[in-house]
Design a protein around this ligand. Structure first.
Ligand SMILES: C[S@@+](CC[C@H](N)C(=O)[O-])C[C@H]1O[C@@H](n2cnc3c(N)ncnc32)[C@H](O)[C@@H]1O
Length: 187
């Protein structure tokens, strides 16, 4: 039956990612997606997890230590600088962004259109054919509408012969519900 937003995002990641692959959590926050991806890629895989916020890095590091994970590189930097951490020959099995602010934290630290789009484009260039880049778009906060509009414009302009772009969301929910953008690189 219909999957909720986070459930569907994880389902898509499971469809995209194979054991042993390198993947990206572009906004690790409290580390939920980071730990999920760590399981999906397995011990021989590698998760690169980014966040600009000290608190997010600390919480995620604690979760990594608690779970004894050894396949995660936690990076305290903007996802816009991803090319600093991956070679041009790197091949990604999938990636996820959760846009917006860290729940129960400073609402002024939010993802922003320019850096999000730069990171998306860099990740798309390194994504293996057939694989997925997932965005969970939260847009109810201040600044969220601007980012949503910029992203929708950008992904709608991706070339049809290179990418398939899906929007998934519930249209009868109140208070600006989040939605998913899933971008599949064509074979
Ligand atoms: C919605 S939260 C992520 C939630 C996370 N996926 C989880 O499972 O808890 C968004 C995160 O993006 C981070 N962020 C904002 N701008 C960023 C940037 N340019 N690069 C990396 N992270 C960024 C924020 O600090 C915040 O922790």
């Amino acid at each position: 039956m219909l999957k909720g937003i986070l459930q569907y995002a994880h389902h898509l990641l499971e469809e995209s990612v194979a054991k042993g692959e390198t993947v990206v959590d572009a906004t690790c926050g409290n580390g939920n997606d980071t730990l999920f991806l760590s399981e999906v890629v397995g011990e021989k895989g590698h998760v690169l997890a980014f966040d600009i916020q000290e608190q997010a890095i600390a919480v995620t590091q604690e979760a990594i230590t608690k779970e004894g994970k050894t396949n995660i590189s936690l990076i305290h930097d903007s996802h816009a600088n991803i090319k600093t951490y991956l070679s041009n020959e790197a091949e990604l099995g999938g990636a996820i962004f959760n846009l917006g602010y860290l729940p129960r934290s400073d609402k002024s630290v939010i993802t922003k259109p320019n850096s999000t789009i730069k990171a998306m484009d860099n990740i798309l260039s390194l994504l293996k054919k057939g694989k997925l880049l997932i965005l969970v778009v939260y847009h109810g906060h201040e600044g969220g509408k601007k980012e949503k509009q910029a992203i929708l414009k950008h992904v709608a302009e991706l070339k049809q012969n290179e990418y398939s772009v899906l929007r998934y969301g519930f249209i009868n929910q109140k208070n600006n519900p989040p939605f998913i953008i899933a971008i599949q690189k064509k074979q």
